[in-house]
Structures are given as structure tokens and as C-alpha cells.
Design a protein around this ligand. Structure first.
Ligand code: ATP
Ligand code: MG
Length: 432
């Protein structure tokens, strides 16, 4: 029979890779927790209107990439393509703005975009992100950028560079948009087909095109920072001064625009040349208009999202896969009574904090011993009919082959005083 494969653009994250994910998540929990960011988990399914209103219907994400459908109750819903809109919806819905002036939130979870799958680009991917809501202080921008930088350094990503730009306020952006359209219109025929279409719908996005000819043309385009008003300019300068003070290196990139409509002022990306053409590991910026746009009180905000798959790719290239936590004790048994006792002994060992595997095969002792060695365990606990009847076990130290008889009641205490490594909670003195 033909086997069923994972859906195109989705992938399984197998145990050896999951360990890398867990390292990243643990670092994020620690680093963001220390900065008093609270984790939030919002639904994967949201009303389509949420994304149309926030991300903007002229964007590729909403216009072409969303998984949208109507449910039986005739609601138009979409799988979330990103999480800022969901977080802001939750922020408004639960009145989180009343809990204090500033809300610091983080999330991690799957996102969905119907894109052409390739290395570092999938249809189901994961983002880890932060949102700082309720401050227009340029220190907030510097804080979130510093956190992204610290997290990426802490997990061991190398060769990163931070690109920075300012998109100004909506008025600055309108003026720039016009200048860009004026520049590009005579060159329209030379642009790639997607960019030709964007010229009327979403011209800023042309700067983001990956087509080489379009890129060449874009390099002569007017520069966004030249269109900033005095207030946006001063704000941008302060953000930069804070980054300098924090010793965070950055490069100004006058053509950096973000894919989503809601950004204002600060926009940034963290990129790595080691990732080939999908080089952006982290993207973010300020979005002062979004909360109001979604019906909430006027609330400035800034945040970012790291693409987990791309980050994990970087880490895999550098350090390979992390080995699993070793099994410490392997429990071998044969015979009805011994097998019954083995289950209880294995459970007691785990509760005492030893990483324990129980052999369930019921096969000959020799075969079970082979599996014990293959597991990498330090100890084998062996029960046959004689041990079961006497309330004893044979304990074999696998690296040396030394074996001794112990009362079952003494096993845990003995192991606790003779084993260095542990994979679980601190060893608890508990008798079998
Ligand atoms: P790109 O230009 O690479 O399409 P984007 O501007 O669409 O990126 P954002 O919406 O800013 O990306 O998302 C933030 C981060 O999420 C990206 O920098 C990237 O690391 C990751 N990301 C976005 N789309 C995908 C995808 N389809 N597959 C894997 N990771 C993705
Ligand atoms: Mg994209």
C-alpha cells in the first residue's frame, strides 16, 4: 500500500532535532523571563478579518499566502501567518493595557503561509517573538533589539549582522511612496512581473524583491531615510545612540522595508550569510498604529519574530545534533513474578530521579543485556525468578562488568551514592 507523506511545505521535527529547539526555547524563557516578558499563547485560528485589517490586504501575506477557509458556522477564518495580530487582538480583548503602562509579551508557535517551499522556507514554520506594548520611548526599541541579539548569541548563532532602517511615520511614508513610484514608473517594463504588480498595490515591497534585475533598479531608488520628518529622524537617532551604548553593532540599510503594512519608524532584520538566500533569522520593528487600527486604545508598540527553522539550521551547521540525555539504569527481567516487580522498580527509580528504561521484550537475558549495553546505561538491574522470590536484584555496573546482589529495598540508596550522572530531578531517597 502507498504510504502517506507529510503535507508539502510541512515537516516533522524528529527527536534529535527537537533537542536543539528545546535549547533555544529554554534560553528564550530564561533571557526573556529575566527582562520580565510573559509568555502568551493565542489560537492558531483567527478571523480572516484580523489579518486583513492588520497586515493589510495589499501584502503578499494576506493577498496570496494565507490558508483561509470558512467554517461550518459560516465564519471566515485563517491559520495565522504571524502572531503579532493575534497578540494585539488578545491585548485589546482582555484589556491588558489596564494592567500597567507597558506589557511585555513573548510567544512561540507554528505559523502558516502558502509559499513555495525551499530551504528555510516552509508552509508551516515556527516563530518565537516578543511584543512590547505601551511605550514610544526609543529605549523600548533598543531593549527589544538587544534581547534578540542576546538570545541569538546565547544559543550560539554566529556571523550575524543587524540591519536597521526607519520607515518614519505614515506621512513620511506616503511622501516616500510617491517618490518611489515616480522613480519606478518609467522603469516598469524592466521590473519582474510581481514587482510590476506591486507598483500600484504595495510599491515599498519592490525594494524587498529577490529578482536580480529588480534589485539592480532598486539600488538607484530614492532612500527612505531622506524622507523622514524631523520627529522621526530624531527618534531614529536616539534608537541608534542607545544601540551604540549597548555595543550592539548595526548597519544602516536605507532599503530595508518590512513585508507587513503595520510598521512605523524602526525596522530591523538580523541576517546570516550562512543561510543562503533565506538569510533573515529575525525581523521586527515598531508598529505604533496597529492597536488602534484593530479597535484598541492608541498604543505604541515594538517587537520582533525569529524564524525558528532558520535559527535551528544555523545551529545545526555549527554544532550538529545534540545527543540525548543518557539512560542511567536499564532494567532487565524474565519470568512472571520478576517482570511484575520490574515495572514497580523502574517506576521507583524514575521517581528517585534516575533516567530508567525498562526492557519489555521478555526475551532471553543475553538479548536484554545486549540492549542494555546499546542503551549506554551505566547500570543494569536484573531480576530473575530467584531474585524476585528473595526480594533482591542483581546490579551490574556495565562499564566494568562488576555485579553484586542487593536487596530491592537498598537499590535506590546504593545507586544514589554510587552514580555521578543524573538526567532527571535531584535524587530522592525513596525505597523500592
Ligand atoms: P522573508 O522575506 O524571508 O519572506 P518575511 O518578511 O516574510 O521574510 P516576517 O513576516 O518578518 O518574514 O517573519 C519573521 C521571520 O520569520 C523571518 O525573518 C523568517 O526567519 C521567518 N519566516 C517567515 N516566513 C517563513 C517561512 N515561510 N518559512 C520559514 N521561516 C519563515
Ligand atoms: Mg515572506
Amino acid at each position: 500500500m502507498e504510504t502517506i507523506q507529510a503535507v508539502r511545505g510541512t515537516r516533522d521535527i524528529l527527536p534529535q532535532e527537537v533537542r536543539l529547539w528545546q535549547q533555544v526555547e529554554a534560553s528564550a524563557r530564561e533571557i526573556l523571563g529575566r527582562a520580565n516578558y510573559q509568555e502568551i499563547r493565542t489560537p492558531i485560528l483567527e478571523l480572516t478579518e484580523l489579518f486583513a485589517r492588520s497586515i493589510g490586504s495589499a501584502t503578499d501575506v494576506v493577498g496570496k499566502e494565507m490558508y483561509s477557509f470558512s467554517t461550518r458556522g459560516e465564519q471566515e477564518v485563517s491559520l495565522r501567518p504571524e502572531n503579532t495580530a493575534g497578540v494585539v487582538r488578545a491585548y485589546i480583548q482582555h484589556g491588558l493595557q489596564t494592567a500597567g503602562d507597558v506589557q511585555r509579551l513573548w510567544y512561540c508557535g507554528p505559523m502558516f503561509r502558502y509559499e513555495r517551499p525551499q530551504a528555510g522556507r516552509q508552509r508551516q514554520f515556527h516563530q518565537l517573538g516578543v511584543e512590547l506594548l505601551g511605550s514610544r520611548d526609543p529605549r523600548a526599541d533598543a531593549e527589544v533589539i538587544a534581547l534578540a541579539w542576546e538570545l541569538l548569541q546565547a544559543v550560539g548563532a554566529e556571523n550575524l549582522s543587524l540591519r536597521l532602517n526607519s520607515l518614519g511615520d505614515p506621512q513620511d511614508r506616503r511622501a516616500y511612496r510617491q517618490a518611489l513610484v515616480d522613480y519606478l514608473t518609467p522603469l516598469r517594463e524592466k521590473l519582474d512581473p510581481d514587482s510590476q504588480e506591486r507598483l500600484t498595490r504595495n510599491p515599498l515591497r519592490i525594494l524587498d524583491s529577490k529578482d536580480p534585475r529588480t534589485r539592480e533598479i532598486a539600488e538607484g531608488a530614492p532612500k527612505l531615510p531622506d524622507y523622514l520628518g524631523p520627529e522621526s529622524r530624531a527618534f531614529f537617532e536616539q534608537v541608534q545612540a542607545h544601540l551604540q551604548m549597548l555595543d550592539i553593532p548595526y548597519q544602516l540599510d536605507p532599503y530595508l522595508v518590512r513585508g507587513l503594512d503595520y510598521y512605523t519608524d524602526t525596522a530591523f532584520e538580523i541576517v546570516s550569510p550562512d543561510l543562503g538566500s533565506q538569510s533573515t533569522v529575525c525581523g521586527g520593528g515598531r508598529y505604533d498604529g496597529l492597536v488602534e487600527e484593530l479597535g484598541g486604545p492608541s498604543t505604541p508598540a515594538v517587537g520582533w519574530a525569529v524564524g525558528m527553522e532558520r535559527l535551528v539550521l544555523l545551529l545545526q551547521k555549527k554544532q550538529g545534533e545534540a545527543p540525548p540525555a543518557p539512560v542511567e539504569v536499564y532494567v532487565i527481567s524474565r519470568g512472571a513474578k520478576a517482570e511484575a516487580q520490574s515495572l514497580r522498580i523502574a517506576q521507583a527509580l524514575r521517581q528517585a530521579g534516575f533516567c530508567t528504561e525498562l526492557d519489555l521484550s521478555g526475551s532471553a537475558f543475553g538479548k536484554q543485556f545486549k540492549r542494555a549495553s546499546r542503551s549506554g546505561a551505566t547500570w543494569a538491574v536484573v531480576l530473575g525468578d530467584a531474585e524476585a522470590a528473595a526480594g533482591e536484584v542483581q546490579l551490574k555496573h556495565l562499564p566494568t562488568g562488576q555485579q553484586q546482589t542487593l536487596l530491592q529495598a537498598d537499590l535506590i540508596q546504593y545507586l544514589a551514592s554510587h552514580s555521578g550522572q543524573q538526567c532527571g530531578a535531584p535524587k530522592v531517597m525513596e525505597l523500592c
